[in-house]
Structures are given as C-alpha cells and as structure tokens.
Design a protein around this ligand. Structure first.
Ligand SMILES: Cc1cc2nc3c(=O)[nH]c(=O)nc-3n(C[C@H](O)[C@H](O)[C@H](O)COP(=O)(O)OP(=O)(O)OC[C@H]3O[C@@H](n4cnc5c(N)ncnc54)[C@H](O)[C@@H]3O)c2cc1C
Length: 401
C-alpha cells in the first residue's frame, strides 16, 4: 500500500512524533493534551510496539520479573491523538513524509524525532551473533528465558557502565548459583564520589559479582569472551551493554547529525538543518553550557515536554524558548534490596551527597516507577509547573553560558 496517510486538510497542522520512549511519549502526551480542543492540529505517534517499554527496568525483565502492562493507545485515548504501530524506515525531509514498514507513508508539517538508542553491538566482533542485549522487552525476555534454564555456569556482563552494573547485580541476586563476571574498561560507578563508588563495589562483592575492570571485551565467541591482552573467559551467556548507537534514519534523511548519528539541535531542540524537525531524548545531540547532554530518562522526558511546548508556541505564532537542563541524580539499583543514589551537579559531576541501602532502594524504585503516572497526570494537567516546561529545574551552572 502506498497511499499517503494522514494527508489532512490545508488548514490542519500535522505533528508526527517518531518513537514512544520516555522522551517521545512525553512529547506526544503534552502535545495531545495541549491541542485537544484544536481542530487545526493533528498529533500522531508512531512506535514499534503498542506497549510502552520501561527501559529503566529491562534488567528486571531479563531476570524474569513481570512488569506492569502500559498500553500506549489506551493512554492516548480521549486526547484526539492517533497511534500508529510500525517501524520507521525512512524520513524524507523534502516531501515531509515518513515511511513506515517500507509500505505506509505518513505526512508531517512538524516532526518530533525520538527514536532513542540501543546497545552498540557493532563495536566488537561476535556480539551480534552470540550476545544478548537489553535493547527492548523482547530481547530482555529472550535473556530471561536463557537465564531460567541456566542452573549454574558463568554469565559475562560486558560493559561496566551503569547498565552493566545494574544488570550484573540483578542477575547475581536472582541466580546466586550462577557465576557473574562484570567486565569493562571503567571502574564500576566511576562517575560517583569515592565513597559512593566504594559502597557500590562492596555491594557487588556481597552479591558475588566478579569485577574485571580496566580491560575491554574485544571478541564474543559462542562459549567465551576475549579480553584485550588475549585472556579468555568461559561464558555460558554474554550480555552486551557496552556503548550505545542511534538509528541511522536521521543521518540517511540528511538531517545534520554529530559523530554518533544524533540529530544536532539548536537551543530550542530544532534540527539545526531543518527547523520543522525537533529532536528529543537519546536521539538528539543537545548542547548545554557544560557540553552535549548524554542520554538519560531524567533528561529525555524534559526534552519531550519542551519540544511540545515549543511546537504549541510556534503554532500560536510565538518564538520557542531555549531548553536548559541540569542533571540532579544518578540512581543505580543493586538488585531489589540495595541501591546507591549519587546526587549530582547540573553537569552530572558528583556532589558530596549520596544515599544507600533502603532509602536509596525506595528512591530508585520511586524514580523508575514514575514516568507512566507522570504521563497520566500530564494528560489531565499538561501545563502544571511540575513538568519542566523550560527544561530541568536545577540548571544554574557556575561559569556556564
Ligand atoms: C537497563 C537500563 C537501565 C537504565 N537505567 C537508567 C536510569 O536509571 N536512569 C536514566 O536516566 N536512564 C537509564 N537508562 C537509559 C534510558 O533508558 C534512556 O536514556 C532512555 O530510554 C532514552 O529515552 P528515549 O525516549 O530517548 O528512547 P527510548 O527509551 O530508547 O525509546 C525509543 C522508542 O523508539 C522506538 N523505536 C526505535 N526505533 C524505531 C523505529 N525505527 N521505528 C519505530 N519505533 C522505533 C523504540 O521501540 C522505543 O519505543 C537505562 C537504560 C537501560 C538499557
């Protein structure tokens, strides 16, 4: 089928949002709620699945824990926004169309690009063939299935960033008979204060996680991984969490992208090359006074809100405002009964304060559980000051522009 879908009328402004992750979902709900009574605006959200993926919790899915059902079309119900399930294969910035599943075509007047990121499985040979990932709920479920059948043996978690740390801790806690090795270049919790990092390391030791930091996994084989220097570790299961990559769709469309393929935005989150395209979340390269933001949920949701607010301003003939964001915390789960929360400066460098133990576990759970109820509240009260209309709240940075 090749018929253009959503052609609209001459007076209808079509806003198309690609990706219903933390950022795209925030943009969609905000736009839908803010334009609910306007007949001249049509909001459409496109996503690969109808069910919202709680990416923050995929290490829980991977260890067989059931998460709540979060139905995207049900959330959008009553707002007038449409949901289209499908895989975005191309954007044509000249005809202002998006191709879905290579067969359907959707038109836009304004595009919000929020296709997120996935683990970079192309960094090292063998990852695509032999390693599991946490790229989506299905990938995590595949790993859950494999782990459930593994009575003993070794799981190597490749990549010692925070996703690797959370995954290794979760697997070790759920499967105490399994030998869990966390291997990667950086020391686990490297971005935290010395004390918070020491706490995290002690928790990994308590859970029996063997840490092999200061070394890179250079190859993944069917039954082992190779480390830089030639050492080999036998592995029944390998989980790859090293590095992230973004969809090639933006670069292929001719949008200006950075070296990692992320859409380079102006201060208002519009593509610097195409002002009718906004970019949000992990898929965007957004410059702040401290540098280009790195992708997180805590920053992704405010980018979605800001893009929506800016689009509504533009529809009303007003100029969008600059986006400002400062990080405020790094919450890391260490299984279900422990966690560490490092408070941060706006540029994500650690403050002195951090939480551990039960308080941190409660804090982390509260943060991870909050997006879906937040979207529900946004649907009713999109203009509430609680939803970062101008970006994050803690944005003042000494010496920043
Ligand atoms: C295990 C794990 C734990 C994490 N923990 C934290 C944490 O504690 N705190 C934190 O801030 N961050 C955390 N992160 C990072 C965080 O999940 C990401 O930064 C966040 O999900 C980015 O949101 P997003 O909306 O940009 O993209 P995503 O959440 O990646 O969503 C993108 C959406 O687009 C869809 N999509 C992608 N390509 C296409 C396509 N071509 N066609 C159709 N649909 C498509 C995807 O299916 C998905 O629904 C964690 C990540 C992982 C994997």
């Amino acid at each position: 089928m090749n018929t253009p879908h959503g052609a609209g009328t001459a007076s209808t402004h079509r806003v198309l949002i690609l990706g219903a992750g933390y950022a795209g979902m925030a943009a969609a709900i905000q736009l839908a709620a803010r334009t609910k009574r306007r007949a001249d605006v049509q909001v459409t959200l496109v996503n690969a699945q109808e069910r919202f993926t709680e990416r923050l919790r995929l290490h829980m899915t991977a260890t067989g824990q059931q998460l709540g059902e979060m139905d995207i079309p049900a959330l959008l119900a009553g707002t007038g926004a449409r949901f289209v399930r499908g895989w975005v294969t191309a954007v044509d910035v000249h005809t202002k169309t998006v191709r879905i599943d290579d067969s359907r075509v959707l038109h836009y007047d304004t595009l919000v690009y929020g296709l997120g990121s996935v683990a970079d499985t192309a960094l090292v040979p063998g990852v695509d063939d032999h390693a599991y990932t946490l790229n989506g709920a299905q990938d995590a479920a595949l790993l859950a299935d494999r782990l459930a059948r593994l009575a003993s043996g070794t799981v190597v978690v490749a990549g010692s960033g925070l996703t690797g740390v959370e995954s290794a801790a979760e697997i070790a806690e759920r499967y105490p008979k399994v030998n869990v090795v966390l291997a990667g270049r950086q020391e686990p919790g490297a971005s935290m204060t010395v004390k918070a990092q020491a706490y995290l390391r002690a928790a990994l030791d308590r859970l029996g996680v063997q840490v092999r930091s200061g070394t890179a996994v250079t190859k993944v084989l069917p039954d082992s991984v190779e480390l830089a220097g030639g050492e080999s570790i036998a592995a029944d299961v390998v989980l790859w969490t090293g590095g992230t990559r973004v969809s090639p769709v933006a670069a292929a469309a001719g949008l200006t992208v950075d070296g990692r393929g992320r859409v380079v935005t102006d201060a208002a989150l519009r593509s610097v090359s195409h002002l009718d395209v906004y970019a949000v979340g992990d898929a965007a390269a957004i410059r702040q006074g401290y540098g280009v933001m790195h992708g997180t949920c805590q920053s992704g949701m405010p980018t979605g809100v800001h893009a929506a607010v800016s689009i509504v301003r533009a529809l009303n003939g007003r100029q969008p405002k600059p986006f400002r964001f400062g990080y405020y915390h790094t919450p890391v789960s260490l299984g279900r009964h422990d966690a560490v929360v490092q408070f941060t400066h706006p540029d994500d460098s650690p403050r002195r304060g951090f939480l551990t133990g039960r308080t941190a576990t409660w804090y982390k759970e509260t943060v991870s559980a909050s997006p879906w109820p937040t979207y529900r509240r946004m649907k009713k009260m999109p203009s509430s000051g609680a939803f970062w209309p101008h970006g994050g709240r803690f944005t003042r940075l000494r010496g920043a522009r």
